[in-house]
Write a protein of this length. Structure first.
Lengths: 133, 55
């Protein structure tokens, strides 16, 4: 219950920041969402891939995540980090089609519907705060 | 409001502000953002979150 209230407050502060701190245009907002998604995706891979692998192998695995077999996973991940990564993966799967839809709206010169923007913001909030859980 | 909530809110808004400041500092104009958007869409499309390994 306390965690839920905390997240609601954080979301409120985040929405307030969107409005007051930055004056983002719709295009900037979409670019930001795409950037956050990409950065979190890259970070997931950086955390999961065994740092002892060669630079070339790490670069290959980042391009082909399906080939990351259990022996190529970072053996030093803590239980807490694994829990956070599981949450992140779920959110990234949910977020990808939405950021692309929002970007496609901008490409076609239309504004994304408010509910899409709100869902995007909420998912990004969950993604970024997953590390705080 | 708890200190934790304030902290999380500040972290999130901080990330957003840093992003906007970087755009401004780099002198990125609104019309250039469209090009950046197209590049990012291609990059994001190539990602495969469902293929990320389970841990």
């Amino acid at each position: 219950m306390r965690k839920r209230s905390l997240k609601l407050v954080a979301l409120f502060l985040f929405m307030a920041a969107l409005v007051s701190c930055t004056h983002l245009t719709p295009a900037q907002q979409t670019l930001w969402a795409l950037n956050v998604y990409q950065a979190q995706y890259d970070e997931y891979l950086s955390m999961v891939i065994n740092p002892a692998l060669s630079t070339d192998e790490k670069a290959y695995l980042k391009q082909n995540p399906a080939e990351i077999t259990p022996n190529k996973i970072n053996p030093d991940l803590t239980d807490e980090a694994k829990k956070m990564l599981r949450v992140k993966k779920e959110i990234l799967i949910e977020l990808k089609p939405l950021v692309i839809i929002a970007a496609e709206y901008h490409k076609s010169g239309k504004l994304p519907p408010d509910n899409l923007q709100a869902t995007l913001t909420s998912l990004i909030n969950r993604l970024l705060s997953a590390e705080e859980d | 409001m708890s200190a934790e909530a304030i902290l999380i809110g500040e972290i999130l808004s901080g990330i957003l502000c840093v992003f906007v400041e970087r755009l401004r500092a780099a002198g990125v104009k609104e019309e250039e953002i469209e090009g950046m958007l197209l590049d990012m869409i291609v990059k994001v499309r190539e990602t495969k979150p469902e293929d990320l390994p389970d841990v």
